[in-house]
Design a protein. Structure first.
Length: 293
């Protein structure tokens, strides 16, 4: 193992995440020349160029990107250890870090976050919004303590503790104003393809799920519109741009203008799940938040 000072990796991390020597110097409270010198020393010890420098920007080399993929989880793990020690056994400080999609945050997590904040006002709550699939990356690199995800999730394999906390069903939703003739009809998945389908983009568990359902019926789904927000899908459905595919818990507030289309075949249910890594210890704040479920 090479004898490389931790401080060199720390400087590398701050330059790599900000892609700025000046920003790194501000965060580390050292001079910009000291940052540059540290990077040169690290590159010399590793015999690799880690950054491409120009007058306008800084970029990671492929070797730099590889190193960052290992250094970032290590830095997050150190921070997590520091936070747990500072918390001790009393939650008069510390941090709760959660990863979740926009939809799960808005329609499910807010009441729980509100309760936790009232009970433990000195704990800093950090919520990172990503799709359920990308939330697994946050968990793997140590950026968050817990993720709340739709399940099944193709990125969740061994090494994760998965706790189901709510069952839900997905619905095809249409506007009464523009598709009212379908409100009392039974449609097959094949018949649905005669209408424009609005759905979440490919990098989502919902997209994986729906494409899988159509493939099981030997049907090729080509959506009219793919977006990153269920609320926006409902907005577009309300103005008649198509039939939106969304979780049932998103629709309750809008049933005055939208209705669920009845299907000839029932889609399987899915679950909301809370997940943490089995390889990393769960801190006091995260453990107490888990108790809510």
């Amino acid at each position: 193992m090479m004898d490389i000072n931790y401080e060199l990796y720390k400087v590398f991390y701050y330059v790599a995440v900000s892609l700025s020597f000046s920003e790194a110097s501000k965060k580390l409270y050292i001079s910009q020349s000291a940052v540059s010198q540290s990077i040169k020393v690290l590159e010399g010890k590793l015999n690799q160029t880690l950054f491409l420098r120009s007058t306008k920007k800084v970029q990671l080399t492929p070797e730099g990107e590889t190193l960052l993929s290992y250094v970032e989880p290590a830095m997050n793990l150190i921070r997590r250890g520091e936070a747990q020690i500072l918390e001790a056994n009393a939650l008069d400080g510390g941090q709760l870090r959660i990863g979740a999609s926009d939809t799960i945050c808005r329609y499910f997590l807010v009441p729980y976050l509100n309760r936790f904040h009232k009970e433990y006002p000195n704990v800093h709550i950090k919520v990172t919004n990503q799709t359920s699939i990308k939330c697994v990356d946050l968990l793997e690199n140590g950026s968050v303590d817990l993720i709340f995800t739709n399940y099944p999730n193709s990125r969740l394999g061994n090494g994760f503790h998965i706790q189901h906390i709510r069952e839900f069903h997905d619905r095809f939703i249409a506007s009464r104003k523009y598709y009212g003739e379908l409100e009392h009809s039974l449609l097959s998945l094949k018949e649905l393809l005669d209408y424009p389908i609005l759905m979440l983009g490919r990098n989502s568990t919902t997209s994986e799920f729906l494409h899988s359902m159509f493939q099981q019926h030997q049907l090729d789904l080509v959506p009219e519109i793919e977006l990153s927000s269920n609320d926006l899908l409902l907005d577009l459905a309300s103005i008649g741009l198509g039939i939106a595919f969304v979780p049932d818990f998103c629709v309750e507030r809008r049933l005055h203008e939208l209705f669920p289309i009845a299907l000839k075949s029932t889609l399987p249910s899915r679950h909301l799940a809370v997940v943490h890594s089995e390889q990393m210890p769960v801190g006091n704040a995260a453990r107490l938040f888990l108790n809510y479920f």
